[in-house]
Design a protein around this ligand. Structure first.
Ligand code: C2E
Ligand code: MG
Ligand code: MG
Ligand code: MG
Length: 285
């Protein structure tokens, strides 16, 4: 990182940066056909109710099984997909797979209660005119209720959003789809602005969870989280926390009033069968 501060000339002399650039170029070239070749797959990470520990749903997280490079995380290819426009068909594919998965859970674990599926939306999908219709078609095609779906949009994607950008989200929200504000607290959005957004869930960024590592946690961070939670609840928003890695964090965040948690402490993202197991344990135990 220090080296890139020296400018491009310096970076070219950096073999690692060089390799990264070559890989990036290779990935960009391979990306358009990867969807047709069936190289993407989805892992699901459970969302757990902090009050009673029950599994309430799961977030869909896409991965690319690249023939040469192995499994690549979304941070490696989502920016490229956004740049090349592949994000629209890829995002639609993720949504379709995830909604089918939600139906499969519902059919196999009626006793576990309604499991909801969270799907990430890129800003490019927000501005794509087909978003609402695609979503309606996918839900109807699978016979899944809109309220089983939560679409996650990052706070930064909605900062300064005008009405045109919010319109599709409003329509989805009116249908019963939940909208979550992802990575909340990392942008600089005006808190009062929240009222204007059609969101029903705040996903508190992992950085807050990290600062809950120590017990007792940093008093300023505690105050901030406490404030966010009370504001969220007064606006009828649920609060989900991401990146929970320890029991101490979970306990601290539960005491602070957070509703739902997600993180390695409960489960890493995994194949859909793993979620079947968790839902089953939950329903019987
Ligand atoms: P995100 O939506 O904020 O997802 C949470 C990320 O935190 C995931 O990283 C997840 O694996 C990771 N995580 C979960 N629990 C823990 C934990 O306890 N500790 C730590 N250190 N990390 C944890 P992942 O899977 O690499 O995804 C990164 C980002 O890529 C996501 O962040 C999301 O913004 C984006 N993404 C993933 N799937 C999709 C997709 O289908 N479409 C779009 N547009 N973006 C996606
Ligand atoms: Mg997310
Ligand atoms: Mg997040
Ligand atoms: Mg995040």
């Amino acid at each position: 990182r220090a080296k890139s501060a020296g400018g491009n000339r310096f970076e070219l002399a950096d073999p690692e940066a060089d390799a990264r650039a070559i890989t990036r170029h290779g990935l960009t070239t391979a990306l358009p056909t990867a969807l047709d070749r069936g190289e993407f797959f989805i892992e699901y990470q459970p969302l757990v109710h902090l009050g009673d520990g029950s599994v309430r749903g799961a977030e869909a997280l896409v991965r690319w099984l690249h023939p040469q490079h192995g499994v690549l995380g979304p941070d490696r290819f989502i920016p490229l997909a956004e740049h090349t426009g592949l994000i629209v068909p890829l995002g639609r594919w993720v949504l379709e797979q995830s909604v089918r998965q939600a139906r499969d859970w519902r059919d196999r674990h009626a006793e576990a209660g309604p499991l909801r599926i969270n799907v990430n939306l890129s800003p490019c999908q927000l501005t794509h005119p087909g978003l609402v219709q695609d979503t309606v078609e996918i839900l109807e095609g699978a016979g899944v209720d809109p309220d089983a779906l939560c679409l996650e949009v990052t706070e930064s994607a909605l900062i300064g959003a005008d009405d045109d950008l919010l319109k599709p989200l409003r329509r989805l929200a009116e249908m019963g789809v939940d909208i979550a504000l992802d990575d909340f607290g990392t942008g600089y959005s005006n808190l009062a602005n929240l009222r204007r957004l059609p969101v029903s869930v705040l996903k508190l960024d992992r950085s807050f969870t990290q600062s809950m590592q120590q017990f007792p946690a940093d008093p300023v961070d505690l105050k901030i989280v406490e404030g966010i939670v009370s504001l969220a609840h007064s606006l009828n928003l649920a609060v989900t926390v991401e990146g929970v890695e320890t029991g101490a964090q979970a306990e601290q965040l539960r005491i602070l009033g957070c509703d739902t948690a997600q993180g390695w402490y409960y489960a890493r993202p995994g194949p859909p069968e793993r979620l079947h197991e968790l839902a089953l344990v939950d329903a019987t135990g």
